[in-house]
Design a protein around this ligand. Structure first.
Ligand SMILES: [Zn+2]
Length: 312
């Protein structure tokens, strides 16, 4: 259940205390030296801490070093925006945020992108998908805007599928997580590098019959293929890529229904958003409030991404 009347969505102190409890379950963490639970709160300035490490002694608050730092947006609006995005299966557009949060459209747009940055996994932090006795489905789809807005010379080399749309490769472990990537093309070389990097080779790979997967398939313990054109996806319990296709349908309905148009340079951020919601889904026991709390844990340590977008 989502309780939008909760104090943290309307009150700054409640919002700060909630974020502190979420990001600092073991006591305040100094963003300057990394010490845990050694800082003291400034009694005159609640929420401001001074690090107790003799070598450090720096001041900080819960937002220092995070994607919410140096923002004039009240913290309770950040928490509400995060909650709305995390509890909306098809996403929550900047237009909706603009109206709900009473901020300008531009501010809403930057907030949504910062929150998406929080949802983006840290490189190398996650292990591979799959493993022994696990099935990983790989499939590609196309997310696309209007043909007339595209540079034709680039799009013509898109390979199979739609010209003028952006190829996305999704890897889904059955009963587990998904990882989606905006890829430059769907050549065997490009797909292979994304797949061997992210799938444990002890996995059983399941794809369609596209020739690009034939060679890659040999690198895994097993490789099953499905012929979409013969409607073979209904053939059997095991031989299918329905998990990946089900994921694509959520992704496409969300991107087309909620966001209408996503420009290629931002597509990876939307993929991170949809992947995150899927990976922290209720079928795996994660409900809206917990999903939002997990998102808030991702706001730290991402200052490079923070610099990518203008201050709000
Ligand atoms: Zn410190």
């Amino acid at each position: 259940m989502s309780d939008l009347t909760a104090a943290r969505f309307h009150n700054e102190i409640a919002a700060r205390e909630y974020l502190q409890a979420t990001r600092w379950p073991d006591g305040p963490i100094c963003p300057h030296c990394g010490s845990v639970n050694k800082a003291y709160e400034n009694k005159a300035k609640p929420g401001v801490y001074r690090c107790g490490e003799p070598e450090c002694r720096m001041d900080f608050s819960i937002t220092v070093g995070t994607l919410f730092e140096r923002s004039h947006i009240p913290l309770h609006k950040w928490l509400l925006a995060t909650h709305l995005i995390m509890s909306s299966k098809k996403g929550y557009s900047a237009h909706q945020l603009h109206r709900t949060l009473d901020v300008t459209y531009k501010t809403a747009w930057f907030m949504a992108h910062r929150i998406r940055a929080a949802l983006t996994p840290m490189p190398g932090k996650e292990g591979p998908l799959g493993g022994q006795n696990k099935v990983v489905e790989a499939d590609e789809t196309y997310i696309g805007g209007k043909e007339k807005n595209k540079h034709a010379n680039k799009r013509l080399h898109a390979g199979r599928g739609a010209i003028g749309k952006e190829p996305v490769l999704s890897l889904v472990e059955r009963g587990g997580k998904v990882r989606s990537r905006h890829v430059s093309d769907v050549s065997a070389k490009t797909l292979r590098s994304a797949m061997v990097e992210q799938i444990d080779k002890a996995s059983y790979l399941m794809t369609d019959e596209a020739p690009v997967y034939t060679k890659i398939g040999n690198e895994f313990v097993g490789h099953g293929t499905v012929n979409h054109s013969r409607e073979e996806y209904v053939r059997a319990y095991f031989w299918h890529t329905n998990t990946a296709e089900g994921y694509f349908s959520i992704l496409k309905r969300g991107i087309m229904g909620t966001f209408h148009h996503v420009s290629p340079q931002h597509l990876h951020r939307y993929l991170a958003e949809f992947d995150f919601r899927y990976n922290e889904r209720s079928a795996l026991g994660v409900e809206d409030t917990e999903r939002a709390a997990k998102a808030l844990k991702g706001i730290g340590g991402k200052r490079l991404l923070y610099r990518d977008s203008s201050p709000v």
